[in-house]
Ligand binder design. Structure first.
Ligand code: CU
Length: 490
């Protein structure tokens, strides 16, 4: 057993529920996040985020898909019957040892898997079918397209539907990104057609491409050669079967209007520059820095006032593309090298691939949640890069008595006082539920004190021996587990 964390990738939750590197779950313990789902209908995912261990834990499989539905999406004539005409496709390349065990061996990821299956195939009905694509690979970028170059339609990006379906023959998808697509299998009963990655068309300096002048399979100088690099390979085979009774056969002409914040409304600006630690020929291998800084658990890189609308400029001054991801928010890309984004990148996003020597700008709003102590992350979603320090953190700071503290939202029936506390702290159940056990943990989740089992409306503890700082108080009642933050002063 190992300590880990679980992060809700793409979802708008409070920092204490976000599952970043500080919210550790030690072996044998339980983490009980609780939040209201505020996201637009789309495809999200969860994965571990323990500092320096994210690649290991995610590669070993502690991840999954979250599908969010809402009434706006439900009103559209789209396929949405899970497992019938609506399928998640979690795309990963992996490396296995001789005993068929997953090994986390950087750049030796030569086995393709979809939904954990090698050589996958899927019976699909002869009609419009929706696929929720997730690139859950540690490093590899895919350039997806149909065998025979049949068009398909992108309808959604990371955090919601696009304004209208976008006809494509190729879709580039970087680690962490999601895309929802429609494929029309109408009239194809009995046929088989594959979804491929046309990696030989990927521009150089993207993980998964071939580097010009390098040997076959060589994507990045100094990286292990890999048969998938620069090759066109099958991702999944579709075997078309009879249509269902109430099939969707047409594509809607419009979806959900996206209304990005006007750039003129921005009141915060950040410039993040990516660069290698080592200059010269080995620069491409990393580690990489953001603004010449490596991640430090104890350093908050930015404090952003609640409700700030910000333009972030991402400049990649390293020789390899990096998929940039930010927690808490969805953003809109405003510029790619000074140009407007293409239609399929103009929707809600939380990951964007920044190619080598390019600049991308996005706009976002840091709304709903503020917390003066708990932070959110931004980082490269090539997991070895993240683990090696290509990450930073920010807090969204609270103005006086504004914003939603989700801990309080879900803790109405227990109170904890005084807070901050110096010596005695009391916990009281304000409803008929009885307190069964109380645990005090430090900010990293380590258990400090736990009560005996009880059945009581009240509990009190002298915390004067605690170090000054922030503690998480886990209160088990006969119905719920409540989490509260406690500040201890000296
Ligand atoms: Cu990177």
């Amino acid at each position: 057993m190992d300590t880990t964390t679980i992060h809700w990738h793409g979802m708008h939750v409070s920092a204490m529920n976000d599952g970043g590197p500080h919210m550790v779950i030690p072996p044998g313990t339980i983490w009980n996040p609780g939040f209201t789902v505020r996201d637009h209908a789309s495809t999200y995912w969860y994965h571990p985020h323990l500092h320096m261990m994210t690649n290991l834990h995610a590669s070993l499989g502690a991840a999954g898909v979250v599908i969010v539905r809402d009434s706006v999406e439900s009103a559209l004539n789209l396929p949405r019957t899970y497992g019938i005409d609506d399928f998640p496709l979690v795309i990963q390349s992996k490396c296995f040892d001789a005993a068929k065990q997953i090994i986390v061996n950087n750049a030796s990821d030569s086995v393709m898997m979809v939904n954990g299956t090698i050589d996958p195939y899927l019976p699909v009905p002869a009609q419009m079918v929706r696929f929720r694509l997730l690139n859950a690979s540690s490093e590899r970028v895919y350039n997806l397209g149909m065998q025979g170059n049949q068009s398909f339609y992108q309808i959604g990006s990371d955090g919601g539907l696009l304004d209208a379906p976008v006809a494509l023959t190729r879709l580039r998808i970087a680690p962490g990104e999601r895309a929802e697509i429609l494929i029309d299998f109408g009239g194809m009963v009995g046929q088989s057609v594959s979804l491929l990655s046309y990696a030989n068309e990927l521009p150089a300096a993207i993980y998964g491409a071939t580097q010009p002048g390098m040997g076959p399979g060589q994507t990045i100088p100094g990286y292990t050669s890999n048969v998938l690099n620069g090759a066109n390979f099958n991702v999944i085979q579709f075997n078309v079967v009879a249509p269902t009774a109430s099939s969707v056969t047409t594509i809607p002409t419009s979806l959900i209007p996206n209304t990005p914040w006007p750039v003129a409304s921005a009141n915060g600006f950040k410039t993040l520059t990516f660069s290698p630690v080592n200059m010269g020929p080995t620069a491409i291998q990393g580690p990489f820095l953001i603004n010449n800084t490596s991640f430090d658990m104890d350093v908050v890189n930015y404090s952003i006032p609640l409700d700030n609308i910000e333009v972030w400029t991402l400049t990649n001054q390293s020789p390899i593309a990096h998929p940039f991801h930010i927690h808490d928010v969805q953003f809109y890309i405003t510029e790619i090298n000074g140009l407007l984004p293409p239609a399929n990148l103009a929707g809600r996003k939380d990951v964007v691939l920044v190619p080598a020597m390019q600049t991308i700008k996005f706009i976002t709003k840091f709304e709903t949640f503020c917390d003066s102590m708990a932070s959110y992350m931004y980082h490269c979603h090539m997991l070895p890069h993240e683990d090696e320090g290509m990450m930073g953190q920010f807090i969204v700071s609270c103005p006086a008595s504004v914003g939603v503290n989700e801990m309080q939202e879900h803790s109405e029936s227990v109170t904890l006082f005084p807070n901050p506390a110096i010596d005695n702290v009391s916990i009281k159940s304000t409803t008929s539920s009885m307190i069964k056990r109380v645990k005090f943990k430090d900010y990293s989740g380590r258990l400090i004190v736990q009560s005996e089992e009880m059945k009581s409306e009240n509990f009190s503890l002298d915390v004067s021996a605690f170090d000054a700082g922030i503690y998480i108080v886990e209160i088990n009642t006969n119905h719920h587990t409540f989490l509260k933050k406690l500040s201890v002063l000296k």
